[in-house]
Design a protein around this ligand. Structure first.
Ligand code: FAD
Length: 457
């Protein structure tokens, strides 16, 4: 056999890449291929922040391949048509790719397999490339997935992990298949000003620096909003620029409570993937329906707009939403507070909030976004579905000096200490001195009032 194709999808890296290693081992020459498929965009991928980050990842991947004597081939069009075209042009016998877990990815894989096999070629799908433990690999008795995190974690941590693979030293690419021009970040419009730089090189640098400097204190500081001391690896993991398996190995090698807490977070990522793989409809439907009658109508729409703009009148919620708009990323505690406020306090449909997040988040993915939203809204896997996060108490707890709010809500920057979380307590002239909205709703009765009102309709 002389030529194989490796199809990159959500695994835009050279290190720890089983399909690439298998393709290199199987053939004298390899075509590293990425297809820009409009169907992926139509499925909700095409948000400017993710397109810009993708362009960075592809540029970096191409550079890494060139260092190894190869190059990236980029094509636009239907994945099956493009892969089959490249296979024929290159005279390849086999295609290697990572297993995908969404309904879309699985349907694409089945079509590709059929098309290749009918042409006498083979498709090899590799597990544990985008997740640490493949969905469905560990299951509780009598079910196809875990519905509760802690028992899943117990099984997940004891699963044997494959050793991380080195990047191949050489990737010889045949002359034939031509590439389109690589997409450029600068050509994408509507990108958040503070968006991080994508790519494997940057992702690996972050992983190395974060593990050596910050992992030890992660358990104590991961909820400190102003401290901003989490790894910020989520976009690199989302695009596969960093391998989750390698991140687990390296964190475990470092050891300590902080590194273990980080590994536990990576388990959440797999947990949601295995729920979505087993229940693909939960991308839009309640995982555990609670028959909510979410608010609708003009007043509800106005509240949604105020929430999207970061003008709810609750400073920590607004700070999180403004950081999201500016960076295309926001802190986990900020996501929790913004989501709880939308679903549990304003009593607006979690799908509206999830849609807004997906339009902006550079790490936005169906499994982790939709199922975290459902967790917060009480329709998902939370074992305490009625919990409501109070933005004033949470603000005082996770941003005690108000430094996070001061960073993102500059109109309140002059307010001292914890008062910044309750600006409505200012009186008279002091209050008139800042341009910041009154709270949209009174925390004491918001949810119950909205629920009662909907119940009467
Ligand atoms: P760290 O604290 O450094 O954690 C390390 C890694 O663990 C993260 O990069 C991420 O891959 C994973 N992780 C951490 N927390 C979670 C979690 N709760 N669920 C799943 N994986 C987790 N994460 C996404 O990757 N994509 C999303 O679209 C997304 N949407 C979210 C929506 C809501 C409403 C909420 C509450 C959370 C969402 N998260 C999402 C989870 C989490 O907020 C982010 O993964 C995390 O903030 C990323 O920052 P980090 O890389 O610094 O995380």
């Amino acid at each position: 056999m002389s030529v194989s194709v490796v199809l990159f999808t959500s695994d835009l890296r050279l290190h720890d890449h089983p399909p690439l290693r298998a393709a290199v081992a199987a053939a004298r020459e390899v075509v590293p291929l990425f297809v820009r498929d409009p169907a992926v965009d139509r499925a909700g991928f095409a948000a400017p922040n993710r397109l810009a980050f993708l362009a960075d990842c592809l540029t970096d991947l191409d550079a890494g391949l060139r260092e190894r004597g190869g190059r990236l081939v980029v094509r636009s069009g239907d994945t099956v048509t493009e892969v089959c075209g490249v296979v024929r042009q290159a005279g390849a016998d086999e295609v290697h790719m990572a297993a995908g877990h969404s309904a879309f990815a699985r349907a694409r894989e089945a079509l590709l397999r059929r098309a290749l096999e009918s042409d006498g070629r083979r498709l090899y799908v590799h597990d544990a490339v985008t997740t640490v433990v493949p969905p469905g690999e560990v299951t509780p008795q009598g079910s196809d997935h875990f519905a509760v995190f802690t028992p899943y974690l117990r099984r997940w941590v004891s699963e044997p992990l494959r050793a991380p693979l080195a990047a191949p030293r050489a990737v010889p690419v045949p002359q034939g298949p031509r590439s389109e021009k690589l997409p450029e970040r600068a050509a994408v419009e509507g990108v958040s000003e503070g968006l991080a730089t994508g790519g494997e090189t940057e992702g690996r640098r972050r992983l190395r620096v974060w593990l050596s400097r910050h992992a030890d204190s992660y358990e104590e500081v991961h909820d400190d909003l102003a401290g901003d001391a989490t790894s910020r690896l989520s976009p690199y993991l989302h695009f596969g620029a960093v391998s989750a398996t390698e991140a687990v190995h390296r964190a475990r090698a470092r050891g300590g409570a902080g590194a273990e807490a980080f590994v536990r977070q990576l388990c959440w990522r797999d947990f949601h993937q295995q729920v979505l793989a087993a229940r693909p409809e939960t991308a839009v439907e309640d995982y555990r329906p609670r028959h909510d009658l979410w608010r609708r109508g003009e007043e509800a729409e106005a509240d949604l707009r105020a929430w999207q703009q970061g003008r709810t009148g609750y400073p920590v919620v607004d700070a999180a939403l403004r950081q999201l708009a500016y960076e295309g990323w926001t802190h986990n505690r900020g996501r929790l507070l913004a989501a709880s406020f939308l679903a549990k306090t304003l009593y607006l449909d979690w799908r509206e909030g999830a849609r807004h997040f997906l339009a902006l988040l550079v790490d936005g993915d169906i499994a982790n976004n939709q199922l975290n939203w459902q967790w917060v809204a009480g329709t998902g896997t939370d074992t305490r579905p009625n919990r409501v996060l109070n933005p004033v108490l949470q603000g005082k707890r996770y941003d005690p000096e108000g430094a996070y709010v001061r960073r993102w809500v500059p109109e309140l920057a002059h307010l001292p200490g914890p008062l910044i979380h309750e600006p409505w307590r200012l009186k008279g002239r002091d209050r008139a001195a800042y341009d910041y909205p009154e709270p949209l709703v009174d925390l004491a009765d918001g949810l119950s009032r909205f629920r009662r009102a909907r119940g009467r309709e």
